[in-house]
Design a protein around this ligand. Structure first.
Ligand code: XIL
Length: 373
């Protein structure tokens, strides 16, 4: 009798474990295993284990990681001659230990780059030669440090304005348009095996794409390595237009390039149209009416988000032979930079998992697109 009881209890426990395992959601990366890598931005809080749930969650769902800030110039090379690799190294060690691709973000950009980079020792604008030498030192040191550990680099970020003209950044003003070629040349010399990307936001839109394509053609004409164009994917419920996205993916692929979606999320909050991009230097003023869901996201909005993600992933699946990676900019809603940009202090819901790591309707609509192929 007692034996029977123990056996029943044992059997019931096994069944419970079995049922709960089966109820677990699949890892996102496994769902798209045959299609493209699935990445996420990570931060030191997660990597250093301060949020105990983060690491197992990342390992389960993603096979590629990008340091959200730790490889940017201001962090990794804060002062002349001073390099600080500690936090980036721990991100790379985490990626290696868990067999995830590490993406290098970012070498040459107008944001999160200290002012001294563009000045001489007297505080006057640096000369072209001095800035090129500084760029070369930075790229050789950073890419050299991670040689063999970083799969690919965002070499130049956001060189083009939304209207397709070249951005008049300090890089452009001091060096001239060939700063882009130089950056790619140095990056390739520093690690000939690393993939190299040109990365931008809104470059799935026609006007900006028409500015990006000639830049890529010029790099190719000069015989420089470029593997993929990165589309950041800081998107909205109503933008971009799906046909335009579809057309842009075809245009980039026609250049013989792969496409990587590098920083995806879908903003659900009302946002002033002038900040419908992702220039981190822009800011807008906090207004209560621009923060409507601070006590929770209505089901109707989560459903809208799910449909939007489904539409976007359907376009990705159509182009899966050309897309090699889709990276989300954050692991769950609580970690998204969209809670603080372009307006500080809002509560946003732009990702597939909620603040408690639970899959949202958008998660299920995304994995459905993999099954429909
Ligand atoms: C953002 C980070 O998410 C924030 O934590 C940081 O304060 C600002 O930068 N385009 C990029 C990313 O290439 O590096 C930016 O990341 C978002 C826009």
């Amino acid at each position: 009798m007692r034996k029977n009881c123990i056996f029943s209890l044992f059997f019931a426990t096994i069944m419970l474990v079995f049922v709960s395992c089966n109820r677990e959601t699949p890892g996102l990366k496994d769902v798209f295993e045959k299609d493209f890598l699935i990445g996420t931005a990570i931060n030191p809080y997660q990597v250093l284990g301060k949020d105990a749930r983060a690491k197992p969650f990342i390992v389960k769902n993603f096979n590629s990681v990008t340091a959200e800030n730790e490889m940017k110039w201001e962090r990794i090379h804060p002062k002349p001659g001073v390099y600080d690799f500690a936090l980036a190294d721990s991100a790379v060690a985490f990626a290696q230990k868990n067999h995830m691709s590490m993406i290098g973000h970012v070498l040459v950009w107008h944001s999160q780059t200290p002012d001294w980079v563009f000045l001489d020792s007297l505080g006057k604008p640096a000369t072209r030669d001095a800035l090129l030498a500084r760029m070369k030192d930075h790229i050789f040191t950073v890419v050299g440090h991670f040689k063999g550990k970083v799969k690919g680099w965002d070499v130049v970020n956001e060189a083009v304005n939304d209207d397709g003209t070249i951005r008049k950044s300090k890089w452009y003003q001091i060096i001239g348009e060939d700063y882009i070629e130089k950056a790619f040349e140095y990056a390739h010399e520093a690690d000939p095996d690393a993939e190299l990307y040109y990365n931008d936001y809104n470059n799935e839109q026609r006007a900006k794409r028409e500015g990006v394509v000639p830049i890529i053609k010029a790099l190719q004409k000069s015989g420089l390595r470029i593997d993929a164009v990165g589309i950041q994917g800081h998107w909205h419920l109503d933008e971009p237009d799906l046909n335009e996205l579809d057309e842009s993916l075809s245009s980039y692929a026609a250049l013989g390039l792969k496409i990587v979606i590098t920083e995806m999320e879908v903003n659900v909050l009302p946002t002033p149209p002038e900040v419908y991009g992702a220039d981190v230097q822009q800011q807008a003023k906090y207004l209560e009416e621009l923060n409507p869901y601070k006590n929770g996201c209505p089901d109707s909005v989560e459903t809208h988000l799910a449909n939007r993600y489904s539409d976007l992933f359907s376009v990705f699946m159509k182009h899966k032979k050309d897309i090699t990676r889709v990276t989300f900019w954050g692991i769950n809603d609580g970690y998204s930079w969209k809670n603080n940009w372009p307006i500080v202090g809002r509560t946003n819901y732009p990702l597939l998992f909620d603040r408690n790591y639970q899959p949202k309707p958008a998660f299920y609509s995304v994995i459905k697109t993999a099954k429909e192929k």
